[in-house]
Ligand binder design. Structure first.
Ligand code: DHB
Ligand code: FE
Length: 266
C-alpha cells in the first residue's frame, strides 16, 4: 500500500505534468526528444558525473527545494546560517584533519592560500558548540574538483575538522576560482537552449554538523566574483557572500577569511 505522502506527491506531479503537456500542446516529437534527453543524462551519469543533478540544478530545482526545506535559515544575522545546495561533488570520508591544518595536498596550487577561521555557535544562546564537524571542499584553480581531474591527488582540497570546546575552527585552503559546471553533455545543451552561461561564482562548500543540531549544508562566495549575481544554479544568498582579506607579511597565507556558523538545535 502506497504511503499517503507518496500518493499525494505523485498524484500532484502527474497532474502538473499533464497540465503542462496540455497547455503547451506538446507533440509526440517534442516528447520523444525529452525522453532521449533524460535517457542520455542517465547513461552519462557516473560516480564523478551526476548529470541528473546538474540538469535539476540548472532548472533551479535543487535551490528551490533547499529553500523549502530550510525555511528557518535566512540572511538575518540572528538566524541560523543560511543554507545552499549540496551540488554534485561532495564526497564522503574526506580526510579528518587537525585544527590549523591545510586541505591543500598538491603544493603547486598554493599561490592563493587562505587562512579561514571562525566559531560555530548555537544561534539562540550564542554559546560555542564543541565537537562540531566542518566538512569542507572546493575546486582547484583550474576549476576542477579533485575527482574530475586525474592531475590532482585523491581528496585534494577536501577535509573535515572538529571544533574544540571553544567552538573555534581554523584551516588553510585556496581562494576559490569561478568555473563552468560540466557543460559538454545534456546539461550543457539545456543551458544553450535557455541562452544561459554555465558559470558558477567562486565558492567553498561546507557541511557543518553537531550532535543535537540540524546540519548546515552551505556554500560561501567571493564578493569580487562577477558571477555572484548570476549563478548558473541559483545558490547565492547575501549572507553567504564573503570578503577574502589580503594578509601582509604572513608566511603561510595571502588572504584571511573569518566566517562564523550559527546552528539551530533539533
Ligand atoms: C553544481 C554545484 C556546484 O557546487 C558545482 O561546483 C557545480 C555544479 C550544481 O549545482 O550543479
Ligand atoms: Fe561546487
Amino acid at each position: 500500500k502506497a504511503a499517503p505522502r507518496t500518493r499525494k506527491v505523485l498524484g500532484s506531479l502527474i497532474q502538473h505534468l499533464h497540465d503542462f503537456a496540455r497547455e503547451n500542446e506538446i507533440t509526440v516529437d517534442e516528447w520523444m526528444s525529452a525522453v532521449e534527453f533524460i535517457n542520455e543524462a542517465g547513461q552519462m551519469s557516473t560516480d564523478v558525473r551526476n548529470e541528473g543533478q546538474l540538469v535539476c540544478d540548472i532548472l533551479g530545482l535543487e535551490s528551490l527545494v533547499d529553500e523549502i526545506t530550510y525555511k528557518l535559515a535566512s540572511d538575518a544575522s540572528d538566524a541560523p546560517t543560511a543554507t545552499a545546495i549540496l551540488g554534485p561533488f561532495w564526497r564522503k570520508d574526506a580526510p579528518k584533519l587537525s585544527m590549523g591544518d591545510s586541505i591543500i595536498i598538491k603544493s603547486s596550487q598554493d599561490e592563493e592560500v587562505t587562512h579561514m577561521y571562525g566559531i560555530v555557535t548555537d544561534f539562540k544562546t550564542g554559546k560555542p558548540i564543541g565537537g562540531a564537524e566542518l566538512d569542507v571542499w572546493h575546486t582547484a584553480p583550474n576549476g576542477m574538483y579533485e575527482q574530475q581531474d586525474p592531475e590532482q591527488p585523491d581528496f585534494n582540497l577536501r577535509g573535515r575538522f572538529t571544533t574544540g570546546k571553544d567552538g573555534k575552527y581554523d584551516f588553510y585552503c585556496l581562494k576559490p576560482t569561478a568555473y563552468p559546471i560540466p557543460d559538454d553533455g545534456p546539461a550543457g545543451r539545456l543551458l544553450k537552449m535557455l541562452d544561459r552561461h554555465p558559470m558558477r561564482p567562486a565558492h567553498i562548500h561546507f557541511i557543518v554538523s553537531a550532535p543535537g543540531y540540524k546540519p548546515i549544508v552551505t556554500q560561501i562566495f567571493d564578493r569580487t566574483d562577477q558571477y555572484c549575481g548570476n549563478d548558473s544554479v541559483f545558490a547565492v544568498k547575501d549572507s553567504l557572500i564573503v570578503d577574502f582579506m589580503p594578509l601582509k607579511d604572513d608566511k603561510k597565507a595571502k588572504f584571511e577569511l573569518p566566517y562564523d556558523f550559527r546552528m539551530a538545535s533539533f
